[in-house]
Design a protein around this ligand. Structure first.
Ligand SMILES: C=C(O[C@@H]1C=C(C(=O)O)C=C[C@H]1O)C(=O)O
Length: 368
């Protein structure tokens, strides 16, 4: 029962021991991983098995929760009260002025030819006295299609999020990733109409991912661009599949960070972010998820003139998600992180509004 899993996680938290509790997109099951001690483990080369939590900055270490104890339970949807809507939240004048200013600066740099795209973000602090586990349950109720999680390590902190973006999925040698960018508000009963700006910024991400993977995989295929709903927003998405051989580490290093969260070309965009954002993204726009999990797959093999034979195979699977629509808890405070892609056609005020809409994904479940 979910209640039992939540109780175990609560106990883990009161002992200040590391854990993660999560549900994958469109899935029923809630999983929890509990670490039996407070040791801080780091990933060396992605050949490890466990739950990873990686920061935006590739020079900082990626954390690994070993699979000391794994729990799971089915999630049943409940009717819960909704939180505040975006219009009811106060817009902070200073934050807005700063964000609009750095977006203007970014557009100027694009004009000079320093880069074609940069993703600029900000953080927002709000008071939050609710229990993290209660907020996690609200997240599960609200965002069926997202990867919803609550992660804790006493030496690092506590993070929570509902992300729509896959960094990569592998099952033995097959790989799936996605190019997700471009944002529009979701309006009930309406399909989004995409402009040149969004199509162009998403195309850049697709192109970058294809290039980044080119010498590391075979048989790259990509889907048509499609509209994908994420909470109160729409994004543009292309699915990309390929085959790889024993080089997961080099693939992860090639993909993270994509221009969906950093920019293109990578280095000048990253330098600009470092200079102008004026805060540490920490784990926002990093990635998290299952690394090298063993999956038992049941199959039925039909053989001519013989009875159907069922057999089981073990697959190695990795599922990593980009840490978006997320927040960090500290005492009775929550820090929400949001950003958006800037291109030559960006309008600074609209970019600010986009971050307000994105922050609402999380603020909606923490404020009541
Ligand atoms: C950077 C964020 O989202 C990313 C940026 C998007 C955009 O610029 O339109 C859309 C989806 C994400 O790839 C965020 O949610 O903070």
């Amino acid at each position: 029962m979910l209640k039992d899993v939540l109780n175990r996680v609560e106990g883990q938290l009161s002992l200040e021991l590391p854990f993660v509790i999560y549900r994958k997109p469109n899935a029923q099951e809630v999983h929890a991983i509990l670490q039996k001690d407070a040791e801080l483990h780091h990933v060396r080369d992605f050949s490890e098995k466990g739950f990873v939590f990686a920061p935006f900055n590739v020079e900082s270490p990626t954390i690994l929760l070993p699979l000391h104890e794994q729990l799971k339970a089915d999630f049943v949807k409940e009717k819960l009260p909704k939180g505040l809507s975006v219009n009811e939240q106060k817009e902070a004048g200073e934050e807005k002025a700063h964000h609009v200013q750095i977006v203007r600066q970014g557009i100027l740099e694009i004009g000079k030819g320093t880069f074609d795209k940069v993703v600029l973000s900000r953080k927002q602090e709000v008071a939050c006295a609710n229990s993290p586990l209660a907020i996690f349950q609200r997240l599960l109720n609200t965002y069926d299609r997202a990867f919803c999680y609550l992660w804790y390590h006493p030496k690092v902190g506590m993070w929570l999020g509902a992300t729509p973006e896959i960094l990569l999925r592998t099952s033995n040698n097959s790989l799936t990733t996605m190019s997700l960018a471009g944002t529009k508000a979701f309006i009930e009963g309406e399909q989004p109409v995409w402009g040149q700006k969004e199509l162009e910024e998403q195309r850049m991400v697709t192109e970058y991912i294809n290039k980044a993977l080119q010498d590391k995989v075979t048989g790259i295929r990509q889907s048509e661009v499609e509209s994908s709903k994420a909470g109160n927003l729409w994004h543009l998405r292309t699915k990309i599949t390929a085959v790889f051989q024993n080089n997961l580490s080099s693939i992860i290093r090639a993909l993270h960070p994509t221009p969906a969260v950093c920019g293109m070309p990578l280095l000048p965009a990253k330098n600009f972010i470092g200079e102008f954002e004026q805060y540490d993204r920490e784990y926002y726009t990093g990635f998290l998820g299952e690394l090298n999990f063993k999956q038992e797959v049941s199959r039925v093999r039909s053989q001519r003139n013989q009875e159907n034979k069922s057999y089981k195979t073990i697959k190695t699977a990795t599922e990593l998600f980009v840490n978006l629509r997320c927040m960090k808890f500290t005492d009775a405070k929550a820090t929400v992180f949001v950003g958006g892609g800037i291109t030559k056609d960006s309008d600074p005020l609209k970019e600010w509004q986009e971050t307000v809409a994105k922050s609402n994904t999380i603020l909606q479940v923490i404020i009541d």
